[in-house]
Ligand binder design. Structure first.
Ligand code: ZN
Ligand code: ZN
Length: 133
């Protein structure tokens, strides 16, 4: 990790730590490397961390919608499968269909499942984020 990058991460962390309460607004479509930016402190947090933060706030008796708009209300709406990115039913070669076991080839999964997948892929997420310029 370069020194510059390390400083960037440190500056972002300082912003996040100094924020009284994050407010991320709408959750963007979930995919690798998606970061939510706090409208209050300008710090960026990975989607899964932001969701954990909202859940923690809810557990402490707060309304998670103040952290992420419609945090609970939208759970039932399927989101694009983060594994195949909604690519399903593609014949990559004769009789060889692209087969996504995560979403059963429907291209969408529910949000909790998508978040858990992104959580597992967190290392990759961080890697990608660190390589953005
Ligand atoms: Zn904040
Ligand atoms: Zn899929």
């Amino acid at each position: 990790m370069s020194k510059e990058l390390f400083e960037q991460i440190k500056a972002n962390r300082a912003k996040l730590d100094a924020c009284p309460r994050h407010a991320f607004g709408e959750l963007p479509p979930l995919a690798f490397g998606v970061k939510l930016t706090c409208q209050r402190c300008g710090g960026a947090l990975g989607a899964i961390e932001a969701a954990q933060y909202a859940r923690g706030f809810e557990a402490a008796g707060g309304n998670p919608d103040e952290i992420i708009s419609d945090f609970r209300g939208d759970d039932a709406t399927p989101v694009t499968c983060p594994k195949c990115l909604g690519v399903c039913g593609i014949e990559t070669s004769p009789n060889d269909w692209h087969d996504c076991d995560f979403c059963d080839c429907v291209g969408t999964v529910d949000r909790q499942k998508a978040l858990s997948y992104i959580d597992e892929s967190k290392q990759l997420d961080l890697f990608n984020a660190n390589n953005e310029t």
